[in-house]
Ligand binder design. Structure first.
Ligand SMILES: Cc1ncc(COP(=O)(O)O)c(C=O)c1O
Length: 365
């Protein structure tokens, strides 16, 4: 049974995924104000929250829409009334093309292409339905994941796509994800600048070829303050900043955003003076990119997570931790942790203000 609004964390069973609304809203304000100051639009990636309620809050706060990774997620956000949806991915196969046509009837999505073979079946289906879909050329700016090569190959693809009835060429995108963790700040800034210069140069190349390029999109939380100041970028996809986490703060070195997400846990065993076990393991917290932190307790560290047990190492000052005590953990990487949960419990000043299901969770198709 869900706790009533106004409940405290003591009223919650554990483990429970909690949002600190004041911290989240401060993060959102910082992102919106920084983007505004630099004349860049913000289309935050929804992969960290997968919640239409949060997406609507972000749009109310100034986001222009949502970025998502999957067509299934875009369907959920489209159903919830978000019209401007960037699916930052390739959409391939007849099932998905049919669904994309239906989504286009309700919303105004943008889909990535990096080869004309992705574009042709989508164009045919849109034209047959009397619809136009925006496509964006995804270029490889060094991530070596998807993306057509910058320069002439990208211009050629854009020209081919622009000639297809049923498609509208919206612009270009690239993701600087390979540079988020460069340890030296100056080298990081330089390499991001080089990569984004290549992306921005695509606008000039397309316009020179007589092609439109309204959107130049990039940006992750780990590069937020670099990409937002890059001349020529029109919109940013950074989304994880609404919660921040240990990976963004400690590895990407982005301390400006506050920790707004925690997992509330219970100590279930105290097998040794320096060891406590909590009811949260890998099925509750993903430790892949960074181990979780124990909020407000520098004297307690996460030593190991098995499936359903979390092993904590206690410094002498923490040896008074007892069975039944509650501890809050800041996720190592929020993105891969939130999707392990059914709902967010959103608190303000210690009182439950909202419960938000992750409705787009599991929408992997
Ligand atoms: C295409 C794309 N854009 C943006 C991001 C950045 O998202 P976030 O700000 O949540 O780290 C990612 C992260 O994986 C991504 O794959």
């Amino acid at each position: 049974m869900l706790p009533p609004l106004g409940a405290t964390k003591d009223d919650l069973d554990t483990p429970a995924l909690c949002i600190d609304l004041d911290a989240m809203e401060a993060n959102v304000r910082l992102a919106v104000e920084t983007c505004r100051r630099h004349g860049v639009a913000w289309r935050p990636h929804a992969k960290c929250h997968k919640s239409p309620a949060i997406a609507r809050k972000l749009v109310e706060a100034g986001a222009i829409g949502v970025t998502c990774a999957k067509l299934g997620e875009a369907e959920v956000f489209g159903e919830a009334g978000v019209r401007d949806l960037l699916i930052a991915n390739l959409v391939v196969g007849p099932h998905k093309v049919r669904r994309l046509v239906e989504l286009r009837r309700k919303a105004d999505p943008i889909v990535c292409i990096d080869h004309i073979e992705q574009a042709e079946p989508i164009a045919r289906a849109m034209a047959e339905a009397g619809l136009e879909l925006r496509v964006i050329i995804e270029v490889d700016i060094g991530l070596n994941r998807v993306g057509v090569a910058c320069g002439e190959p990208a211009v050629r693809l854009a020209r081919q796509a622009a000639e297809l009835p049923g498609l509208t060429l919206a612009g270009v995108m690239g993701y600087e994800g390979h540079l988020l963790t460069v340890p030296d700040p100056q080298e990081k800034a330089r390499r991001i600048r080089e990569a984004l210069n290549r992306l921005v140069a695509m606008r000039g190349a397309l316009e020179q070829a007589g092609l439109p390029c309204e959107i130049v999109s990039c940006g992750g939380t780990g590069a937020f303050f670099h990409s937002v100041t890059q001349p020529g970028i029109t919109e940013l996809q950074a989304g994880g900043l609404i919660f921040s986490d240990a990976f963004y703060r400690n590895v990407c070195q982005v301390p400006e955003f506050q920790f707004a997400l925690t997992v509330l846990t219970t100590v279930v065993s105290r097998p040794a003076p320096d060891r406590a076990i909590i009811d949260a393991g890998r099925k509750t917290l993903n430790p892949e990119l960074h181990k979780p932190l124990v909020a407000g307790r520098d004297d307690i560290t996460v030593e190991q997570l098995s499936a359903e047990h979390g092993k904590l190492r206690l410094a002498p000052s923490a040896e008074d931790v007892r069975i039944g005590d509650r501890l809050e953990l800041v996720p190592g990487y929020g993105d891969l942790t939130t999707v392990l949960h059914d709902r967010f419990y959103a608190f303000r000043a210690g009182r439950l203000e909202a419960v938000w299901p992750l409705e787009a969770r599991g929408r992997l198709q």
